[in-house]
Design a protein around this ligand. Structure first.
Ligand code: GDP
Ligand code: IMO
Ligand code: MG
Length: 409
């Protein structure tokens, strides 16, 4: 079975936690897009792991993990991460594989990324990890791929400086390199978990362009970056937070505003510990945006939703969520294509009663307060998509499952 986990917002929805939770049922966990711009947090007992390139499944013993075709891989970052795992006693040898077709991020791309972004009239606020440069060179057909390190003709054509940098890695990664579509074919009877990075609204095509990342973060990217056909994707799980966050610049219609919402933004940021994993930047926070969530359900074919961070609302007397936008005097519940429409959009908010009690120890839906269940039910009705996993804390066990996606049909 092929199960895809994607972000349904602007990233940081809790994909790392959910992939780690679902990894038990997988034989292979494959990251299909993005690079070290991602930061996926997994908390296991008293240990917190922050992964940027390696799939979160690496923390489950014996699972094989793959850095897929659609990724852009910074080898320095990769070995830093492998070193971190080794130091912390995670045996990764033989379990971390790397696509021969993945592209490489060279150190100078990081600097170029920062400089180019700063030169823009409206900087995107990239992570400075060289991601956009690497994908641009890929599209321009001047990128360097993993397989190129072993192709004498390409290797000879690289500059002396690049060869010097890459030379030590040729040996170090040799045993990790695989043909991913062949591996997927050989594993067609296995359970493969495709780990998305970023989120729908940061997807190059479906996101709030140009304020997006450069990879394919939507569900279809799992087929491209994972070397399978689209009809082989069995289930798509969309992960979203009970509210919204965004790091970096770009439109955010339901963002909390001081004049309307007082200090709600700061309160949620502190309770939800909303600081970027990769850059440490404070995340912008806002109301749950159901307009964009439904758009994400449609554009990814999400079968089932996973709601995270519901516990962050525990203390609230009242909750609000955005159910439509007012754009130029008209109300719409469709997600606009342009930045100017999104920037001009005023959120139409709907109020929900809060539950004002801790839910972090709830392990079944029936244990959730009625007000929390009502909030979830409204989301299901609005998006026409079931919410079958609810996360009530960052720990693995703080997860409520109505329907296990591995046994869903
Ligand atoms: P990802 O990029 O989608 O993997 O998400 P990040 O790891 O960047 O950010 C999610 C943050 O929320 C991490 O610090 C997680 O430990 C934490 N987290 C995940 N799920 C929950 C949850 O249900 N409740 C709370 N309070 N925190 C959560
Ligand atoms: P995960 O996988 C949140 C954002 C950056 C910036 C924009 C472009 O942890 O959810 P880039 O460096 O990719 O060219 O930056 O995209 N961004 C993310 N925001 N979570 C992520 O990944 C992100 N990856 C990129 O902040 O606004
Ligand atoms: Mg993240």
């Amino acid at each position: 079975m092929n199960l895809v986990v994607i972000g349904a917002q602007w990233g940081d929805e809790g994909k790392g936690k959910i992939v780690d939770f679902l990894a038990e049922g997988a034989d292979i966990v494959l990251r299909y897009s993005g690079g070290a711009n991602a930061g996926h947090t997994v908390v296991i007992e008293d240990q917190t792991y922050k992964l940027h390139l390696i799939p979160s499944g690496v923390l489950t013993p014996e699972k094989r993990t793959v850095l897929g075709i659609g990724m852009v891989v910074d080898l320095e970052n990769l070995f830093e991460e492998l070193g971190m795992l080794e130091e912390r006693g995670v045996a990764w040898q033989g379990r971390v594989l790397l696509s021969d077709r993945a592209h490489l991020v060279l150190p100078r791309y990081r600097q170029m990324d920062k400089e180019r972004d700063a030169e823009r009239r409206f900087p995107l606020g990239t992570t400075g990890r060289g991601i956009g440069i690497s994908y641009a060179l890929k599209a321009y057909r001047e990128g360097i791929r993993v397989a190129d390190l072993y192709d004498p003709a390409v290797w000879r054509g690289l500059s002396a400086q690049d060869r010097e940098y890459l030379e030590p890695y040729r040996k170090r990664i040799e045993g990790m390199v695989v043909d991913v579509s062949r591996l997927m074919h050989e594993s067609r009877k296995s359970n493969v978990l495709f780990e998305g990075a970023q989120g729908t609204l940061l997807d190059l095509d479906h996101g709030t362009y140009p304020f997006v990342s450069s990879g394919i973060s939507c569900a279809a990217g799992a087929a491209i970056g994972g070397g399978i056909g689209p009809q082989q994707i069995d289930q798509v799980v969309g992960v979203f937070k009970a509210y919204s966050t965004r790091v970096g610049n770009g439109p955010f219609p339901s963002e909390f505003r001081k004049e309307r919402d007082g200090n709600l933004g700061d309160v949620i940021r502190e309770i939800g510990r909303e600081y970027g994993v990769t850059t440490g930047r404070p995340r912008r926070c806002g109301y749950l945006d159901l307009v964009s969530l439904r758009y994400a359900c449609r554009s990814n074919g999400i079968d089932t939703l996973c709601l995270t961070h519901l516990d962050v609302y525990d203390a609230m007397g009242e909750i609000q969520a955005c159910v439509a936008y007012r754009v130029g005097g008209e109300e719409t519940d469709e997600f606009p294509a342009t930045v100017s429409a999104l920037e001009g959009a005023q959120p139409v908010l709907r109020r929900f009663p809060g539950w004002q009690k801790p839910i972090t120890e709830c392990r079944r839906e029936s244990e959730l307060p009625a007000a929390a269940r009502d909030y979830v039910r409204f989301i299901e009705e609005y998006t026409q998509t079931p919410v079958e996993i609810t996360s009530v804390g960052y720990r693995r066990d703080q997860t409520i499952v109505r329907q296990d996606p591995w046994t869903r049909s």
